[in-house]
Write a protein that binds this ligand. Structure first.
Ligand SMILES: NC(=O)c1ccc[n+]([C@@H]2O[C@H](COP(=O)([O-])OP(=O)(O)OC[C@H]3O[C@@H](n4cnc5c(N)ncnc54)[C@H](O)[C@@H]3O)[C@@H](O)[C@H]2O)c1
Length: 697
């Protein structure tokens, strides 16, 4: 096998060239190669400088995360950077692409950094629940100041090239051949006898933050709020503060300890699980790679309401022209107006230029004539959630749209097979379930009908990537993966309201668990009337919500729902009128109210979801437990650091969940709460849901 690192001499410059596709991750043999190169360069008197560069699309973009949690193998990245620190000759990192994480930290160990145009360095560790663990929190503040460094560490995002140059992270941009330019730069450094100041010896940039530690602490507030309960942002702050208050080596040692602490903890484990689950979810085992997606050059969306508008924006954002069809000129005007308002708001925040807005709006063509969909390569229907209307629309599409087009429905619950059967081409039909707001939420549940052709499925996956979505392929059932599990949670929530809890108590418990909002606040946001209208005439009841709706309390849109909303604000305020209604409902149903503590609330909301998840796996609607986790994290804001419901279930232990569900079922006399067969089986065998994926792999 060829080695992934080559060492060569170019005159008086030693070159360490790394070639470990796809992203030159710092795998063990790469580290060995770099160390060998550094030693060879150090020991050869004819060599006066060392350049580290990479082949392929990027400079080292991080550690090999499959090695995380395994026993470390020397040399570590820290050993490499220590060797750089000891190097008596100039060291130059030649950067391109996205030097991320350990790659960026290695570059910070060099005396100089040159880069190709467009290079975007970053420290994404926080996205895996970690902090930069190879000197990033100690060296970067010394290079650019603690405040800027902490911002980069907390964001996890690669930084713009311009900022990296302005801050002195990149010493010089090299146009043309990067390696040749880096070697020339190295020679200049030698000839000019430029001083070799190591970052570890620099202190001057730390002074402003030392004088204002409070400002530094305040930087983490938004991250803590966003990460709701995750420990990583606090650890990042602590490490950067250490860089200010401790001698270099001590701060470095403490950074490592914090890194290992996070690495071993459940939170980072959960985030790493999601990292892999997301990649896995895009793979469909019975969809061979030989199946090529159809090309989507123009799209159409039926309905310019909440979802249709957002979906149209997704296409326009990806540069794909889209025709939006509405049923009336007024509805069309309202829909297009909302889209434009959305774009203008983003532009006002600096997220888009006014020209971008115009360009995107120009890609969206509104019409009231469905015949205009004839030449679309993909049509997504987003009309009202009623089967007769969907059937009518698909009947028309079948007649109008050219052969070979993909016909998709954004339905939240309805049967894709029934919808497909109303056309003469069910193989071209599938569900593409976007989440609200569709232009923001990352998840796309791709619902595969019994007759959906492999090519159409491959097309939906390819489109989802183009739109920047995270796809999860699911089967047909009422509510698919996400909404079916959500329903299990809602039923139990309503039951607890009747037994003794108040909306603010339910919501506080679930927010404390890590969700951004509880189900009552969420119901108010989405509109309580949607479910109420759907239940009408079906005999199904949700006593509290139905009573609220009968009082005209539909949620935020009417200023009142589970909560009160004052002056158009979105802040939920508990309302004594609602409390009275809930207490009266309990009385009417003959239930003696009792206090329900947070632990019970959380278990009774989350465990039924896990149970439903187990059924989805049994039925093959969800293919892997990780798929369910991805759905919940990207579609329903499940806290990432808890890894998704199925990962969480394994962490809690399935026997406990089984026993609690058995108790809940007996208490509520609800058969649905009885533990699913798969849950019981795994619990009895001492296994977790994760073992299903291991077997499948
Ligand atoms: N709102 C959500 O959070 C959400 C999330 C995921 C999926 N969905 C699903 O998306 C679909 C649309 O939901 P929504 O919230 O956008 O509804 P909406 O009421 O906001 O919009 C529906 C739009 O479709 C238009 N319409 C109705 N019949 C039409 C026809 N025959 N031709 C053209 N336009 C027609 C209406 O005028 C309306 O503007 C539903 O199937 C819903 O279940 C909604």
């Amino acid at each position: 096998m060829s080695t992934p690192v080559e060492f060569r001499r170019d005159g008086n410059v030693g070159v360490i060239l790394i070639d470990n596709p796809p992203v030159n991750a710092l795998r063990h043999d790469v580290r060995v190669g770099i160390m060998d190169g550094l030693k060879a360069a150090r020991d050869d008197d004819a060599l006066k400088a060392v350049v580290i560069a990479c082949k392929g699309r990027t400079f080292i973009a991080g550690a090999d995360i499959t090695e995380f949690g395994k026993p470390p193998k020397a040399p570590s990245l820290l050993d490499l950077i220590a060797a750089l620190d000891e190097m008596p000759k100039p060291t130059i990192a030649a950067l391109h692409g996205t030097p991320l994480g350990g790659g960026f930290e290695l570059a910070l160990g060099c005396h100089f950094r040159v880069a190709a145009p467009g290079t975007r360095p970053g420290l994404p560790e926080i996205k895996l629940g970690l902090l930069p663990g190879a000197g990033g929190t100690v060296r970067l503040p010394r290079l650019i100041g603690a405040e800027k460094a902490l911002k980069i560490i907390l964001s996890g995002e690669p930084m713009p090239t311009k900022a990296a140059v302005a801050d002195g992270i990149i010493d010089e941009i090299i146009e043309g051949d990067l390696l040749a330019g880096a070697i020339a730069f190295a020679r200049r450094v030698v000839e000019e006898k430029r001083p070799l100041k190591r970052l570890r010896d620099r202190d001057e940039k730390l002074a402003p933050a030392r004088a204002n530690l409070q400002a530094l602490s305040e930087l983490i507030t938004p991250s803590v709020r966003r990460a709701r309960g995750s420990r990583a942002p606090m650890a990042c702050l602590e490490a950067v503060k250490n860089a200010l208050s401790m001698p270099f080596d001590q701060a470095l040692k403490r950074e490592r300890e914090l890194f290992v602490e996070l690495l071993m903890g459940e939170e980072s484990k959960a985030q790493r699980h999601l990292f892999f689950a997301e990649r896995e979810a895009a793979k469909v085992p019975d969809l061979p790679e030989s199946v090529k997606p159809r090309e989507i050059k123009r799209a159409a969306v039926i309905g310019a309401g909440t979802m249709g508008g957002g979906i149209s924006m997704c296409f326009a954002n990806a540069g794909i022209p889209v025709t939006v069809v509405e049923s009336s000129a007024d509805a069309l005007k309202a829909g297009l107006g909302k889209i434009e308002k959305n774009y203008r708001a983003t532009a006002a925040r600096g997220g888009l230029t006014p020209e971008d807005v115009d360009k995107r709006m120009a890609l969206i063509k509104g019409v009231v004539d469905i015949e205009a969909t004839a030449d679309a390569d993909m049509v997504i229907e987003a009309v009202f959630e009623e089967m007769p209307i969907k059937k009518e629309v698909f009947g028309k599409l079948d007649r109008i749209v050219k052969k070979g087009a993909v016909l998709a429905s954004n339905t939240s619950y309805l049967d894709i097979n029934t919808i497909g059967a109303t056309t003469g081409r069910p193989g071209d039909v599938l569900g593409t379930h976007f989440f609200s707001p569709a232009n923001v939420m990352k998840l796309l549940e791709i619902v595969r009908g019994d007759k959906t052709s492999p090519e159409v499925l491959a097309t939906a996956l390819a489109v989802s990537r183009k739109l920047g979505k995270v796809p999860v392929v699911v089967g047909v059932c009422d509510g698919f993966v996400g909404n079916r599990m959500l329903r299990a949670r809602s039923i139990e929530g309503e039951r607890m309201l009747i037994e003794g809890a108040l909306p603010q108590e339910l919501d506080a418990a679930i927010v404390e668990f890590g969700f951004p909002m509880g189900q009552c606040a969420m119901g108010d946001l989405a509109g309580l009337d949607i479910g109420w209208r759907k239940r009408k005439g079906t005999g199904q009841r949700a006593p509290i919500i139905d009573a609220l709706c009968e009082m005209g309390r539909f949620g935020q849109k009417t200023g009142k729902g589970f909560y009160r909303y004052e002056g158009g604000a979105r802040t939920p305020i508990p309302d004594p009128e609602v409390e009275a209604l809930i207490v009266a409902t309990s009385k009417r149903l003959g239930v003696a109210r009792r206090p329900i503590d947070r632990k019970e609330i959380v278990e009774r909301m989350i465990f039924p979801m896990i149970n439903e998840g187990a059924r989805l796996l049994e039925e093959g609607i969800a293919r892997r437990p990780g798929d369910i986790d991805v759905v919940w994290v990207y579609g329903y804001a499940w806290p990432v650091w808890r890894g998704g419901p199925m990962f969480y279930a394994d962490a809690i232990g399935l026997p406990y969940i089984r026993d609690q569900l058995t108790k809940f079922a007996a208490h509520s006399k609800d058969k649905n709460l009885e533990p699913a067969a798969l849950l019981k089986k795994l619990a009895a065998e001492g296994r977790g849901f994760a073992s299903l994926s291991e077997k499948a792999a």
